[in-house]
Design a protein around this ligand. Structure first.
Ligand SMILES: [Mg+2]
Length: 288
């Protein structure tokens, strides 16, 4: 049997952009907060209670993935709500967060994203890590920004290469000027208090790991840290976008920064920065 033609990165990203268009249009049609607050009554494979908008967004993403499958692509999907779905190959893994920042989406706050990445390699569906991600899209449906990356080629914002994001900014006192925190439960913020005071001048809590990572990629913040464990679908696309922008990312272990598995379990917190020094500093913020 001839091997199936696998999509090029550009083909994957085009499909992901179409999926994001569908999710955007669906969310635009659900304008009332009560409708956005509706829950399905079930819990997704990633552990959060599923909103109707999460489930519908995932259906729309899968519609695009099934279209690629119909054209011959073979792959496995790891998605927040459905978990692992076998579409014919363990050597390509599509990692999907239909809506990153669901809390923002349901409350009508602007930043929420469709985040989708592709990882490749023998058996990647069973043993892949962040290092295996080859391309990804983070579509921030608030400002309508599309962040993309292809491994070894580059990162783009709305199709424009990210070649020289703003350099890391330090205050006169030597603190990182602006740092995004995620998983910002008050208990986590309090537990991180000393390190936050030592290293950070001002905090931003955007509410979507993928979008905070993109903010690092764009030089909009000097670093980001999830203060609690991160799941693969939250960060798979965003971490590649950071790295292809020239930034640095780690998942709980600075000596093996990209070793986080591509599965449904929360592992080490994700941290990102524009410099090695900055990364070492934001890595002190999470208290797992
Ligand atoms: Mg989600």
């Amino acid at each position: 049997m001839p091997s199936s033609p696998q999509p090029a990165p550009e083909t994957w990203i085009a499909a992901f952009n179409r999926a994001a268009d569908r999710v955007r249009d669906r969310l635009d049609a659900v304008t009332s907060t009560p409708d956005r607050l509706r829950e399905t009554g079930t819990t997704g494979e990633g552990g959060d209670r599923t909103l109707v908008i999460d489930a519908e967004a995932e259906d729309l993403v899968f519609a695009e993935l099934h279209a690629l499958h119909d054209e011959g692509a073979r792959f496995t999907v790891l998605s927040e709500e459905r978990g692992v779905v076998d579409l014919g190959s363990p050597d390509v893994l599509v990692v999907v967060d239909p809506i990153d920042g669901s809390m923002n989406a349901k409350r009508g706050m602007p930043h929420h994203a469709v985040s989708i990445a592709v990882a490749e390699g023998p058996g990647v569906a069973h043993s892949g890590t962040m290092a295996d991600v080859v391309c990804g899209l983070v579509a921030d449906l608030g400002p309508g920004e599309r962040w993309t990356a292809i491994r070894g080629v580059g990162a783009w914002l709305d199709g424009v290469p990210i070649v020289a994001p703003a350099a890391e900014r330090l205050t006169e006192g030597g603190k990182l000027e602006l740092v995004a925190i995620e998983s910002a439960h008050p208990a986590h913020v309090m537990a991180s208090g000393e390190a936050l005071l030592e290293h950070v001048h001002r905090l931003r809590a955007i509410g979507a790991i993928a979008i905070s990572l993109c903010a690092v990629a764009g030089g909009r913040v000097d670093g980001m840290a999830s203060l609690w464990r991160c799941r693969a679908f939250d960060a798979a696309a965003g971490q590649l976008i950071v790295r292809e922008s020239g930034g640095l990312v780690a998942f709980g272990d600075l000596d093996a920064p990209l070793s986080a598995p591509l599965d449904l379990i929360g592992h080490g917190p994700v941290v990102a920065a524009r410099s090695a020094e900055g990364l070492a500093r934001v890595a002190t913020l999470p208290h797992d």
